[in-house]
Design a binder for this molecule. Sequence first.
Ligand SMILES: [Zn+2]
Length: 270
Amino acid sequence: MGTGGRSGQRPGKASTDGVGVTPGASASYQYRCIECNQEAKELYRDYNHGVLKITICESCQKPVDKYIEYDPVIILINAILCKAQAYRHILFNTKINIHGKLCVFCLLCEAYLRWWQLQDSNQNTAPDDLIRYAKEWDFYRMFAIASLEQTAFLIGIFTFLWVEQPMTAKKKPNFILLLKALLLSSYGKLLLIPAVIWEHDYTPLCLKLIKVFVLTSNFQAIRVTLNINRKLSLMAILSGLLLESTMVYFFQRMEWDVGSDCAIYKDQDF
Ligand SMILES: [Zn+2]
């Protein structure tokens, strides 16, 4: 049931049978049952003239992936509700490949938030040109710091799971899939921009809720991708937060104004 189980694939008959959902799918057992996480050869069978039959999982006797019939909006709502089935559908049974762009965009949102907080706290009296260059430089600096903190968070999670791995898994965890899952599940950071643009009294509370939402999504992504229990997933998230907080602490020791949204230091930003 581990994530590395795709090596034992039989030569697929997929192309000749008209089986499978993704064009160009070359091998069998590349999908997962969203209910029990068992590997599955196909999501549906295309009999003839568009007559489709959803495959039933051999292990749990439920449809392998009911979401293939659902509207994307419903799937998104289920993902927002952190349903494991929706996560499995997105991570295993679709070919979504936007994690890189999404990561950069999330970092830009975070950099903008920090930059905005910095503008609020700095009352500069320097000439206009100087202010403009300084502000631009500040934005790049915030982007770099946000990237470093994101990297520290991910390294914390991966280190914990790597150390924990011999005790918990027989097969090697698929860390590339996990990285993709973590980047995808950080989509909640996109909410930072509306939270900042529609500034009101509850903005600090909104930012905290967004942070909690992103961490919950990351937690669920780890749990689903590696098929591990909640405790391990929570500990992985805490390890990531710990390393991120340590990095923020060192930044602060160097007296950089990082405007971090790291939970431990959050309060003093507002
Ligand atoms: Zn199943």
